[in-house]
Design a protein around this ligand. Structure first.
Ligand SMILES: [Fe+2]
Length: 397
């Protein structure tokens, strides 16, 4: 079992109807609030009006910043941070999916940061100079999408269009002070976004399950629990979008998948690293990039970690191992997982996203540039070479 430090100070308020506590909870932290959300607010219009009423009822002042885009860009973060400085806000509230919450976090850090805000971001050729943020304004998160878990972790993902890079910032100052996780806010989420969110949640634990330390009993049971919870509930939601119970399970699973509980001492995200390049170069939604990468990675890598892939087949995909060889069980597990992804309606091939074989070398080069470590490999267990990444992408066709 790994040694680890664990720290998570987020005050989580979870449950249907809990958004009603927003004004009181926000008022305990600040008085002048920057409200961060998306450019196109049509689907969140009613929610925003309700949030305004809850905050104004407590006498709180609101500065709107509805400029976050999917995969928030560093230029937007700079603009938001400048607004918050100018207006001297003392609390930032992020409303939306991971992109809105990540924008809120990055803006909160950007307000207190000296120098170019892109220096906060880890990427391969910036890694030496990356200076993580150590101070940030307090944030309060209101997730409307059960996926990224940004509401309970210390990470944000930003994009630099000029450099063509998507990468992370980390820092304990990025933990939200409070997160109000109200599953009622996900009831109107369309089927495709719900399915992509489910794939993203599964990927957050699956990557570590398949790449991390094998001697981690509680961790593996926890990861299996997250994956089973998503698999048991996403179908119910797709059949009945207003199933609040199933929506609640998806929401809590998403938060717990990536708040540190499922991965103490392990941090493995090779599929995400390839997925980020697919998003940046080919505009594939984050969850869809993972639904494509997961089965391809598994098909290619299974022989290298047979114990974990066998365990996945039996404990997660519930394959009956009786009278079958280890390899047969492993293969059945991967096939069953791919079938599950197809059934919920997410893509499982690059072809489905109009990517051509000729696009692959440039994708591999970007993965090398952004995510390969100083030893010239992608952080995975065992480490993945450039040839491995190419082969995985080929399997993904
Ligand atoms: Fe993700």
């Amino acid at each position: 079992m790994n040694n680890f430090d664990y720290y998570n100070p987020v005050h989580v308020i979870f449950g249907a109807g809990e958004l009603s506590r927003l004004g009181t909870e926000a008022g305990k932290i600040g008085k002048k609030i920057c409200l961060v959300s998306y450019k196109e607010l049509t689907c969140l219009h009613g929610l925003m009006q309700r949030i305004r009423r809850l905050l104004e009822k407590e006498g709180l002042e609101i500065i709107p910043f509805f400029e976050a885009e999917p995969n928030p860009e560093i230029e937007t973060i700079k603009k938001g941070a400048a607004l918050c400085k100018r207006e001297q806000v003392d609390l930032i509230i992020g409303v939306g999916g991971g992109s809105a919450m990540d924008a809120a976090k990055a803006i909160a850090a950007g307000v207190c940061y000296e120098g170019d805000l892109w220096n906060m971001v880890y990427s391969r050729h910036d890694a030496i100079q990356a200076i993580p943020p150590v101070e940030a304004l307090p944030t309060l998160m209101i997730p409307t999408l059960p996926a990224t878990g940004s509401e309970m972790n210390n990470c944000a993902v930003l994009t630099n269009r000029t450099l063509g890079e998507k990468s992370y910032i980390w820092g304990n100052c990025l933990y939200p002070k409070v997160s109000i996780i109200d599953p009622e806010l996900t009831l109107t989420l369309p089927a495709y976004q719900t399915a992509c969110a489910a794939a993203d949640t599964i990927s957050h634990v699956l990557e570590i399950y398949l790449n991390g330390e094998e001697d981690s009993d509680l961790q593996h049971y926890f990861q299996e629990g997250v994956m089973r919870t998503v698999m048991d509930n996403v179908g119910k939601v797709l059949a009945d979008p207003e199933n609040l119970s199933a929506r609640s399970h998806l929401q809590w699973a998403a938060t717990c998948a990536i708040n540190g509980w499922a991965s103490p001492g392990d941090a493995w995200t090779p599929m995400h690293q390839i997925g980020h390049v697919l998003t940046t170069r080919h505009k594939i939604p984050h969850g869809a990039s993972l639904s494509i990468m997961m089965p391809a990675w598994m098909e290619y890598m299974a022989d290298r970690r047979k114990t974990q892939y066998y365990r996945f087949a039996v404990n997660v995909m519930q394959i009956n191992p009786d009278h079958k060889s280890k390899n047969e069980v492993i293969r059945e597990g991967i096939i069953a997982f791919k079938s599950f992804l197809k059934e919920i309606g997410v893509p499982v091939s690059l072809q489905a996203m109009n990517i051509e074989p000729a696009d692959l070398p440039a994708i591999v080069q970007d993965v090398i540039k952004i995510s390969f470590n100083e030893k010239g490999v992608l952080h995975a267990n065992p480490p993945a070479t450039a040839n491995d990444v190419m082969r995985v992408l080929e399997v993904a066709f």
